[in-house]
Design a protein around this ligand. Structure first.
Ligand SMILES: C[S@@+](CC[C@H](N)C(=O)[O-])C[C@H]1O[C@@H](n2cnc3c(N)ncnc32)[C@H](O)[C@@H]1O
Length: 189
């Protein structure tokens, strides 16, 4: 299983956002929608072996949404479709344990600290080790949205390995695409 976790620093934790204003009122939810799409979409197919976690930090308490490629339904490649599924996820009350909100979507309260206790993550960072030089690839990756990691987040992440997909700073969703491409190439060879 491959996992991508994206920190949404301003992303709302309420389902009452407008699909017409995801970059504004919803706190750059558009970035997170694109990360969902990059995690799952192939042409005319979905990657079933991938999970995408959205850590929503725009309000207290933080919430985490989990999207599972194996069971997700009704996801189409446009941002509004992913946004509608996020709204559905956020409509379910968040408790400390993940609770199913819909097929392939679960929600819980808590954020980065809780997720780090569950899996060993690698941080995606343009200054990290070149992923092409990694003999074996990690399977769980953390990215930031359009902002840098905060000092508190950096403190939580400081001991984790860091990998780069190249020297330029990319958008988070493009970084996910490059990582998945690296897995695809290695699988083929
Ligand atoms: C738009 S960047 C975040 C803001 C960025 N630090 C900046 O200066 O604009 C989104 C995220 O994608 C990941 N990322 C971007 N470029 C990368 C690269 N070349 N290698 C690895 N990860 C990268 C990082 O996790 C980064 O936090």
């Amino acid at each position: 299983m491959l996992r991508f976790a994206i920190l949404g620093h301003k992303a709302t934790t309420s389902p009452d956002f407008s699909l017409n204003d995801m970059p504004g009122g919803a706190g750059r939810m558009d970035v997170l929608c694109r990360c969902i799409n990059s995690s799952f979409f192939l042409s005319h197919d979905l990657r079933r072996n991938t999970e995408c976690y959205l850590i929503l930090e725009g309000a207290e308490p933080h919430k985490t949404l989990r999207f599972s490629g194996e069971t997700i339904r009704s996801l189409n490649p446009d941002e509004r479709s992913a946004g509608a599924l996020i709204k559905k996820g956020l409509s379910t009350p968040a408790e400390p344990e993940f609770r199913k909100a819909a097929d392939g979507i679960a929600i819980r309260s808590g954020g980065l600290a809780e997720l780090l206790q569950e899996f060993s993550f690698a941080v995606l960072d343009e200054n990290g080790k070149d992923i092409r030089d990694a003999e074996t690839l990690p399977e769980n990756f953390i990215l930031s949205d359009h902002m840098n990691f905060t000092e508190d987040e950096e403190a939580l992440l400081k001991d984790l390995p860091r990998y780069s997909v190249g020297p330029r700073v990319l958008h988070a969703d493009h970084t996910i695409t490059v990582i998945l491409n690296e897995f695809d190439r290695r699988e083929r060879s």
